[in-house]
Design a protein around this ligand. Structure first.
Ligand code: PLP
Length: 223
């Protein structure tokens, strides 16, 4: 099946209120354009250099999401066009995103990334760190970012109970932050969880954004 057919099948299967971010990492501009030409606009990358290389070669009405670990010194390159940075994992990064967004007279939507997996390699905040961030004066004074919700990656495992529990944990984190910090703020509404192997479980547990690569584009090219 082609990427366009894969996406169409997923779109039919996934509830309408759940956004699909097509994760295009390692795939070519041409592969992205085929999906774009079929009407899809929302794409995600996890490495800044790859996004920096691809973005100028593609139409400028793509909605780009950044989903990987982002170094503060790379923010300035993507700030002019990035729609959502899903991977905010420190106050320092958020400060820089706000600063660069201000330079371009924009507001950048952000998700707080949480560490929910039982794996060493994944980035993210824990609930206490998020409280420190959201209680900080630095955060309260930011005018050019909007916290739209949370993001997390489950452990890469066949153990579906474990995956489900991790997604449940992220949903609980979302609910508690909503209650403590955003009770009257409708912007704080997104839970980004679920990838090619686990999006069904994620949606059952309350996902509003799924990030799907392989199930759309097929196996990744080697970088
Ligand atoms: C690569 C990646 C995805 C998509 O992974 P697939 O298993 O190919 O769907 C989703 N989220 C993040 C953060 C990624 O790096």
């Amino acid at each position: 099946m082609t990427a366009v057919e894969n996406l169409k099948r997923l779109r039919n299967e996934i509830p309408e209120h759940v956004k699909i971010v097509a994760i295009s990492k390692t795939h070519t501009e041409q592969e992205i354009l085929e999906v774009y030409n079929a009407g899809h606009r929302c794409f995600g990358e996890n490495r800044s250099q790859e996004l920096i290389n691809k973005q100028p070669l593609l139409p400028n009405d793509l909605e780009w999401h950044f989903v990987g670990h982002l170094q503060t010194n790379k923010v300035k390159y993507i700030a002019p066009y990035i729609s959502v940075i899903q991977s905010i994992d420190s106050l320092k990064l958020l400060v820089e995103v706000n600063k660069q967004a201000q330079k371009h007279n924009r507001t950048i939507d952000c998700l707080l990334q949480f560490f929910i997996a039982r794996e060493e390699t994944k980035y993210g905040l824990d609930l206490q760190e998020a409280h420190v961030l959201l209680n900080s004066d630095a955060y309260k004074n930011m005018k050019n970012i909007k916290i739209r919700g949370v993001m997390g990656m489950a452990t890469f495992t066949d153990n579906t109970d474990r995956v489900r529990n991790e997604f449940r944990e992220l949903k609980q984190i979302f609910d508690s932050l909503k209650n403590d910090f955003f009770p009257h703020n409708a912007d704080f509404s997104e839970i980004s969880m679920g990838m090619s192997g686990d999006y069904k479980i994620a949606i059952e547990e309350g996902s509003t954004i799924v990030r799907i690569g392989t199930a759309i584009f097929g196996e990744r090219n080697v970088r």
